[in-house]
Design a protein around this ligand. Structure first.
Ligand code: GTP
Ligand code: 3PG
Length: 221
């Protein structure tokens, strides 16, 4: 398969994911939340008019089968070695498809929409360009568009937004930062769950039901 714009989502093994929510959700709720979030992210990417194909990098055969069932292409890694090494490996494999650009998005953005994904691509002003979406604390990076894919190495982890921005700037790469409520929330800790709940039950309901019934149940059930 060849596609010029790929989206790439790293997904941990479901049993190990969302460990920071262990104080608020039991293991089964966390597992369901993980799959609901992943489905939401992959669906938004697939529905974006700018994305030709979505890949998921994972070490889990269960997660790979799930990704395939909703139209994503799984890329297998041997073990969970961290988000950036997983992305590095996937980028190397995707390179054989000669993509023009790759959008990297973590699999835990509950408010993401196809419209927000489209807006990332609209912020790309030249063929050599980086677009960054920070999280709501402006610490993490919730979307990283690299055009071409090797223009900037992914540096996810603590303070990744500042690190991506300064690496792009010091390399002289044209860079845009996109502020978007729909991209700014990633569900890492109990505080993030509270923030999502505080968005209002109607909004939460409309957002999460019926497609995301398990996520809704985990949050309000
Ligand atoms: N393929 C792969 N994905 C990863 C790895 N580590 C994290 N991710 C994914 O990267 C994204 C952001 O990771 P985190 O915010 O740390 O999510 P998490 O690992 O589920 O949460 P915690 O267990 O609480 O740290 C999520 O989509 C994870 O599933 C890894 O080693 N391999
Ligand atoms: O910047 C990052 O590393 C990403 O936002 C993912 O990290 P987090 O979900 O753990 O904040």
């Amino acid at each position: 398969m060849s596609a010029s714009t790929w989206a790439l989502v790293p997904l941990k093994s479901s049993e190990r994911a969302k460990s920071r929510l262990a104080g608020a959700l039991d293991a089964e709720q966390r597992r369901r939340l993980f799959f609901s979030l992943a489905e939401r992210v992959i669906s938004a990417l697939t529905a974006s008019k700018s994305v030709d194909a979505v890949a998921v990098v994972t070490s889990s055969h269960k997660v790979a089968a799930f990704a395939r069932s909703i139209g994503a292409v799984p890329i297998m890694q041997e073990a969970d070695v961290g988000m950036s090494p997983a992305l590095d490996l996937a980028l190397q494999i995707l390179q054989t498809m000669q993509p023009q650009r790759v959008l990297m998005v973590p699999g835990d953005l509950p408010l993401i929409t196809a419209r927000a994904v489209d807006a990332i691509f609209e912020a790309q002003l030249s063929s050599e360009h980086v677009v960054l979406a920070p999280d709501r604390r402006r610490e993490g990076t919730n979307a990283l568009l690299c055009s071409p894919p090797k223009v900037l190495a992914p540096r996810f982890g603590a303070d990744s937004f500042a690190r991506h921005l300064s690496a792009a700037r010091s390399a002289g790469i044209a860079t845009s930062v996109i502020e978007s409520e729909e991209l700014a929330l990633d569900l890492d800790c109990v505080d993030d769950l509270d923030y999502l709940r505080s968005q209002g039950s109607d909004r939460s309901k409309n957002l999460l039901v019926p497609v995301h019934a398990p996520l809704h149940a985990a949050l309000v059930g």
